[in-house]
Design a protein around this ligand. Structure first.
Ligand code: HEM
Length: 411
């Protein structure tokens, strides 16, 4: 096997998962911090390239050292985005302190244990309804009929987006995260324009909702963010809009893909299904973590070096870009026994699927775990035989480990 090229979207990221795992295993062993030229992104000129972290310990070290490994120049794209993108995509995931901690403090109001508890009932109701509908159909595409519906409903509900807008929000997030897949961006459209338009449309929806809630607050998170003041702070309309975009993008696609991969894994590993079914209460917490580890729905996050540094034996310079490959770290044999196997009882399982330790650790991790727990309990209780009838059709992306379509039968 030659040296893999992590920027080769068409070949490397569409290859079978086992091939991807073997390529990362070889890098981890022989060249754990390789350097790659950047993938192209629309019409933007390619930047200077990036270092790839493939070992668990290196990803953890970079995550917990935000003063050296900064997010402010962009955390979600290898390519530096032009300034007009920041209006929509400049929320806290792409910020450093002190702006990051200010925003995180304010929006954390939406993720308190009390709010999560209140959402749990809605998660349960929605999951039951989704399984009702899927059972009535007997066979369906799991992505659209099962996995996508729950996180979309919950994020929209949290923020107070009415049901009539769900389809719209769904389509726009697909455009934003599917930029590297020709299926989600019309052939005639320039990808950058498509992403900007999607951002603009979502921002408009949120500014409007923010204005309404300022005048007539309800008990949703939007009302809390535009009205209640903690330490005299609240979000500006633009901050609210870009936070909403971050939430729908970060909260939907990720959870959706985790659920879809879980269904695929259950199909591929009947013995793990039996173990899970035999003790639903006992096994669900570890099974959910194992699905997130195995799938790693977010493949990497980027950082930019504030100063010269050495990591994993590699010297790097201030200004260099570094991609932390969670997907690879989560398969590092130095940290996980038999990392390629799917083990619903894996303990311990300190994976980095929700990010490494540090200020940007996933704000929605508890919510995502709750959604997955409720959905799999509902499915495995009412449709214990649920299984995929074909291989997943995968998203072409180096950022999101996505499934576009997964036909399933519920009996
Ligand atoms: C299985 C599902 C999910 C996965 C795998 C996931 C993964 C991640 C990862 C890897 C990060 C970046 C950590 C870093 O840069 O250090 C992140 C950040 C974030 N996630 Fe999640 N996430 C999931 C679900 C959710 C949900 C349901 C929400 C909200 C509804 C959410 C909201 C966020 C936000 C707001 C951030 C940015 C935090 C910050 O910059 O301070 N995520 N997530």
């Amino acid at each position: 096997m030659g040296r893999p090229n992590l920027s080769d979207l068409e070949h490397f990221w569409t290859a079978p998962i086992a091939e991807r795992a073997a390529a990362f295993a070889s890098l981890r062993e022989h060249e754990p911090v390789p350097f790659f030229p950047e993938p192209t992104f629309g019409m933007l000129p390619p930047g200077p390239g990036y270092w790839a972290l493939t070992r668990f310990d290196d990803v953890v070290e970079a995550s917990r050292t935000p003063k050296v490994f900064t997010s402010g120049a962009g955390a979600t794209n290898i390519t530096d985005l032009p300034p007009e993108f920041l209006e929509f995509f400049g929320s806290m995931i792409n910020l450093d302190d002190p702006r990051h901690s200010r925003l995180r403090r304010i929006v954390s109001r939406g993720f308190t244990p009390k709010r999560l508890a209140a959402l749990t009932e809605e998660v349960q109701r929605t999951a039951s309804r989704i399984v009702d509908d899927a059972l009535a159909q007997g066979e369906c595409d799991a992505v659209t009929a099962i996995s996508a519906r729950l996180p979309l409903k919950i994020v929209c509900d949290m923020m107070g987006v009415p049901e009539s807008q769900y389809e719209f929000v769904y389509a726009k997030t697909n455009t934003i995260l599917g930029v590297s897949d020709p299926e989600y961006v019309e052939e005639t459209a320039d990808v950058l324009t498509a992403v900007l338009q999607a951002g603009h449309a979502l921002a408009e929806l949120m500014r409007e909702l923010g204005r309404t809630r300022e005048q007539q607050p309800t008990d949703d998170v939007t009302s809390a963010l535009v009205n209640a003041e903690i330490d005299g702070e609240r979000l500006t309309p633009d901050e609210l809009a870009s936070f909403f975009i971050l939430l729908v993008v970060a909260g939907n696609e990720t959870t959706r893909n985790a659920i879809s991969w879980g269904l695929h894994l259950l199909t591929e590993h009947p013995e793990q299904r039996q173990i899970w079914l035999a003790d639903l209460d006992g096994v669900t917490p570890t099974a959910v973590e194992e699905i997130v580890r195995w799938a790693s729905p977010v493949i990497f996050m980027r950082r930019t070096l504030a100063v010269d540094t050495v990591l994993g034996g590699q010297a790097m310079r201030a200004g260099d870009k570094v991609a932390m490959f969670y997907w690879a770290a989560n398969r590092d044999p130095a940290h996980f026994t038999a990392p390629d196997s799917f083990d619903v009882r894996r303990t311990p399982n300190h994976h980095v699927g929700f990010g490494g330790p540090g200020p940007h650790f996933c704000l929605g991790a508890h919510l995502a775990r709750r959604e997955m727990t409720v959905m799999f309990r509902e499915l495995l209780t009412r449709a214990p035989e649920v299984h995929a009838t074909a291989a997943p059709r995968r998203l072409q992306s180096m950022f999101i480990n996505g499934i576009k379509e997964l036909p399933v039968a519920l009996y």
